[in-house]
Write a protein that binds this ligand. Structure first.
Ligand code: SF4
Length: 619
């Protein structure tokens, strides 16, 4: 099972390795890439399996930035898995003969690191990761922090019993991530895995009953039947944990392995301590929890990243679309609530990529003032942070690196706009404009009809008008009622009919039927403004002019090439920034762009071909 998955992820193949340090060396060299080592003491080993988020996202069939949403929805919803078949074969084993690595020189021993322990007791089921240090052929010391499995084991001990468990090694992404979530006592992480699968692949997870009675994922590589003993304890550790530092030695319970079941030619899954895979598996469910908690507070959270430099555990960068000044502060508070080990949280605007630490640092440098924007408090933090105070107390810091609302121009990073490329890209990516004619009569009529009317309606209506009134003379003689009925369903059709007839009469009577060519003369016509005049001048008479309608005004401001309040101001400003060679085409190009991509509401920034040149002011 795992072989096929790893090969699908483009696994690197290595022939042979020693389980003493050599596996670490190979996995470190191939960080971000799955590695299959064919022969470690005669067994296959698989490492770095989930070290690339891109691979995980591909398996789920979603873009990387949608993974958090899937995990969060799955945590929230949960779905019962269905029953599957237990297909693993019982095999003889000795822990000391299996390819269980020793990773670092000071490690207390050889370690299981991908081991998900499943326990069922008094109607409660629990799946969670626990490292296990091999003591001999059948015993290990299991690290139990004071969470669900620990409580189940304590309960068993108080009743004079041992806790029977299944130790699973080698899980698919759903169970691998679900086992790392931290949810309420009554929840079964299998339901979260099942909900993830349902969201990603429209099918439920299958779980199968082992011969020793505990239900495990049906698609697992290996399962051990084991029991956590009553009171025997052994020194466990030191061991390199997610921070890359050695975790301290502690007395831990002994787990006794009784039987082993596996697929034929199994691959033993190892997770490199503090490697990308370790960080992804531990970090992603916490990112989803932070994301969900902030979303539940009514804040438009866009992305969350537990940064690799913060060991994917202690530092979070959160991007939000700020609607109120207090949003960032609330997001900080919710992040600390959702992930108790979190030490530093930085909240940025959604123009900052949370995975790009240079951008994050830039936001802190330019949008943050410690006196105003910092939250600091002392609370219980991570036991994995070597700088913590006694009692796991730590100083938590929240940084609001968002810009003040309404001050985009002062706080957004300037973008270089190459107008030649911008116009070329847009022309290549947009359909042809419906208005192909440059005849001044047609341009004038269509432009008057287009006021407050959708483009599709404008050109359909204009064609009807041209059929009945092919020139300015026939329009001057038009029956106003009939003209209005042709213009309908365009908005203000009565006023437009009146205006067109009036303009046509003036042109026939005062200009001999010729549409004036100059701005001054065009503006003398009733109801003709600068936009219409500029369109006629540029399109019909081939002179350089910039016609500014709502699309041109809005998009120019969003791009950040002008900072204006009215179309008139925009026209003036554009004349200063836009190379003259683009004046004539600018209107038509922006009209189409504004219709299909940079729409007035919900612009499609994700698919925008000129996103790299846009400051996204006010978006
Ligand atoms: S990135 Fe968004 S706001 Fe900027 S031009 Fe494209 S669609 Fe418009």
């Amino acid at each position: 099972m795992l072989r096929e998955l790893a090969e699908g992820f483009g696994a690197v193949k290595v022939k042979k390795a020693d389980k003493m340090y050599e596996i670490t060396k190979i996995l470190l060299k191939n960080e971000g890439n799955p590695v299959i080592i064919e022969d470690v003491d005669g067994y296959g080993v698989l490492g770095n399996l989930y070290s690339s988020r891109k691979n995980i996202a591909e398996w789920f069939g979603v873009p990387e930035n949608k993974l958090l949403e899937i995990i969060w929805k799955a945590i929230r919803r949960g779905r019962k898995p269905v029953n599957g078949e237990f297909r693993l074969r019982k095999m003889n084993f000795s822990l000391t003969e299996l390819p269980i690595p020793k990773f670092y020189p000071r490690d207390g021993g050889n370690y299981f690191t991908s081991s998900v322990v499943i326990a069922e007791r008094n109607g409660k089921r629990n799946l969670s990761y626990h490292r296990i240090m091999v003591l001999d052929g059948e015993r290990g010391a299991i690290r139990l922090v004071e969470r669900d499995l620990y409580k189940m084991w304590k309960d068993a001990v108080e009743h004079g019993e041992e806790l029977k468990v299944a130790v699973c090694v080698g899980l698919e992404p759903t169970f691998a991530l679900a086992a790392a979530t931290s949810v309420e006592w009554e929840r079964d992480e299998s339901d979260i895995a099942s909900a993830m699968r349902l969201l990603a692949k429209n099918e439920r997870e299958k779980i199968a009953t082992t011969p020793f009675g505990i239900k495990v994922p049906a698609n697992v590589e290996m399962v051990f039947e084991a029991r956590i003993t009553e009171d025997a304890v052994e020194r466990e550790g030191p061991f390199v944990d997610i921070t890359g530092t050695y975790d301290v030695q502690k007395n831990q319970p002994i787990i006794v392995f009784e039987s082993m079941y596996a697929v034929n030619n199994f691959l033993f899954h190892v997770v490199l301590p503090a490697g990308y895979e370790h960080k992804n598996l531990m970090g992603m469910p916490r990112e989803a929890a932070i994301y969900g908690r902030i979303k539940d507070a009514g804040i438009d959270v866009k992305d969350v990243k537990l940064t690799p430099g913060g060991s994917s555990w202690l530092h979070a960068v959160i991007s939000i679309k700020k609607r109120k000044e207090e949003d960032a502060c609330i997001a900080i508070q919710k992040a600390f609530e959702a992930h108790r080990s979190l030490k530093h949280a930085v909240v940025v605007d959604d123009d900052i990529d949370v995975s790009n630490l240079e951008e994050v640092e830039w936001a802190i440098a330019t949008r943050f003032q410690a006196k105003l924007d910092m939250v600091m408090k002392e609370e219980r933090g991570s036991s994995l942070d070597p700088s913590r105070f006694s009692g796991n107390l730590t100083t938590k810091v929240g940084i609001d690196a968002t810009k003040p609302l309404g001050r985009d121009y002062d706080f957004k990073k300037a973008k270089f706009v190459d107008f030649d490329s911008l116009m070329k890209i847009l022309k290549e990516n947009l359909p042809e404009h419906e208005m192909r004619s440059s005849d001044p009569y047609r341009v004038l009529v269509a432009t008057v009809i287009s006021h407050r009317t959708k483009d599709e309606v404008t050109y359909e209506v204009a064609e009807r008008v041209f059929e009945k009134y092919p020139d300015i003379y026939s329009l001057a003689e038009a029956d106003e009622e009939e003209l209005a009925s042709l213009i309908y369903p365009a908005g203000f059709y009565r006023q437009k009919a009146k205006k067109l007839k009036n303009i046509a009469k003036i042109i026939v009577e005062e200009y001999g039927g010729n549409i004036p060519e100059s701005m001054d003369e065009l503006l003398k016509l009733p109801g003709i403004g600068r936009k219409t005049a500029n369109i006629i001048i540029s399109r019909s008479f081939g002179r350089d002019a910039i016609a500014v309608d709502t699309h041109v005004h809005r998009i120019s401001n969003r791009l950040g090439i002008v900072e204006t309040r009215t179309p008139e101001e925009t026209e003036k400003a554009l004349k200063k920034v836009l190379p003259r060679r683009h004046w004539r085409d600018f209107n038509v190009t922006m009209v189409l762009f504004g219709r299909y991509i940079c729409r007035p509401i919900s612009p499609k920034c994700d698919e925008c071909p000129i996103r790299d040149m846009c400051m996204r002011i006010g978006v």
